[in-house]
Design a protein around this ligand. Structure first.
Ligand code: LMR
Length: 400
């Protein structure tokens, strides 16, 4: 039976990491998978996580018993308070549902499943380009995928083209938006632009899914939350797919949440039952260890402060990595090839190199990036920047 399976390619992001690990080139640089790297190309466990983990082990109330399909309540509440603040009207009205998921991917998947269950014919609009898994998750369920343009012009998002495209989305369709740190372009939507998007969402009655995978890693926890603040006061139904992989560095703990804002308390409760059912059918209930750690961090003023400091340091490093890239490109007389990266935010930016040259950079120079030209900025530092620029510049067509 299994021999009848069709041919597929391995996942490009996950396999790139394996190839990097096997490469013996001492000068190799990993700009592939979206893992934060410090100045010495390490992805350290955050201090707040180490302390929280010790506390979790000692605290007997953190048991290993089964939990409900929605995961650990302490974690779910902590995440909704992080996004909405404890006194938010929607929390008081019980119109927010916070549901633990297997990372941000699990949250996207669960939102896709519930939307598909309600209406399998709904069109789903994703940015072009976007994180590849967006397309794959919805497509795998059998939903129709469309895209709106999301490209950079002179250091910022070409918002006009995006707006023109999304204003034609058929009524009631789903729109997937990146809350902050757009993956892969690094160009974010500005505050005034969010207001315009919101107008269209209301007018066309679109269903937004906000992918929040980089909260706090772009500008600040507060600024990165701007679209959620805005949407929560203006529209009565949307989804947030929240990932704790990057901002807590808990990549392999697979911890995230699907937050749903519903029209009323009754709908919220009903949605919760359906999400529980969908979860029961796939994983029964999510793994809890990461949820304990995050609950411990967010419920302790001391640990929360350490977390915020560490998060800011990570964010600042992505800014300084961009700066050293610009400085070195000036020294190597090719600032025109990289200048737009200086305007980007978050972990990613794109450079325009043909896939065959990306393969050459990987095979001959040990420089690993996605074949789309996406680079993980945090992989760059004082030690490797000269090598990165001198190796890549002959192949770059133009600034993306
Ligand atoms: C990435 O975009 O590289 C990360 O989000 C990792 C992943 O799961 O693709």
């Amino acid at each position: 039976m299994l021999e009848t399976l069709g041919k597929i390619s391995p996942d490009p992001i996950l396999t790139l990491s394996d190839h990097f690990n096997q490469d013996a080139n001492p000068r190799k640089i990993d700009l592939g998978i979206g893992l934060y790297q410090d100045e010495s190309n390490k992805t350290p466990i955050m201090e707040c996580v180490k302390i929280a983990e010790q506390r979790v082990i000692k605290n007997l109330s953190y048991d290993k018993k089964y939990k409900g399909s929605n995961g650990f309540n302490g974690f779910c509440e902590a995440i909704s308070e992080l996004l909405f603040s404890r006194k938010h009207e929607l929390i008081k009205e019980r119109r927010i549902l916070s549901f633990q998921t297997i990372g941000g991917t699990g949250a996207i998947r669960l939102s896709a499943e519930i939307i598909y269950q309600i209406n399998p014919d709904k069109g789903v609009w994703i940015s072009n380009p976007t994180w590849d898994n967006h397309r794959d998750i919805f497509q795998h369920l059998g939903m129709k995928i469309y895209s709106y343009p999301y490209s950079g012009v002179l250091g910022e998002l070409d918002f006009q083209s995006m707006l023109e495209s999304i204003s034609k989305i058929p009524e009631g369709d789903v729109i997937v938006l990146h809350g902050c740190g757009h993956n892969p372009t690094g160009f974010d939507i500005k505050k005034k632009q969010w207001a315009k998007i919101l107008e269209i969402i209301r007018y066309r009655k679109l269903v937004p899914i906000i992918d929040m995978a980089y909260h706090g890693l772009t500008k600040s926890l507060q600024d990165d939350n701007y679209c959620i603040d805005l949407f929560s006061s203006q529209i009565d139904e949307f989804f947030i797919a929240y990932s704790c992989s990057k901002n807590f560095g808990l990549y392999n703990d697979r911890i995230g949440a699907l937050i749903v804002v519903a029209k009323n308390r009754k709908t919220c409760f009903k949605t919760m039952l359906h999400l529980s059912r969908l979860t029961r059918l796939s994983i029964s209930s999510p793994a809890i260890h990461g949820a304990y750690i995050i609950n411990e961090i967010l419920s302790s003023e001391e640990l929360k402060e350490i977390w915020q400091r560490e998060l800011k340091d990570m964010k600042d490093r992505t800014i300084s990595a961009r700066r050293i890239l610009l400085e070195e490109s000036k020294r190597q007389n090719c600032a025109n090839l990289f200048f737009e990266i200086g305007y980007g935010v978050g972990l990613f930016s794109m450079i325009s190199i043909q896939p065959k040259h990306i393969d050459t950079l990987r095979d001959k120079f040990g420089i690993y990036m996605l074949r789309s030209g996406r680079i993980n900025i945090s992989g760059l530092n004082e030690k490797n920047i000269k090598y990165f620029i001198s190796s890549t510049k002959p192949f770059i067509n133009k600034q993306y």
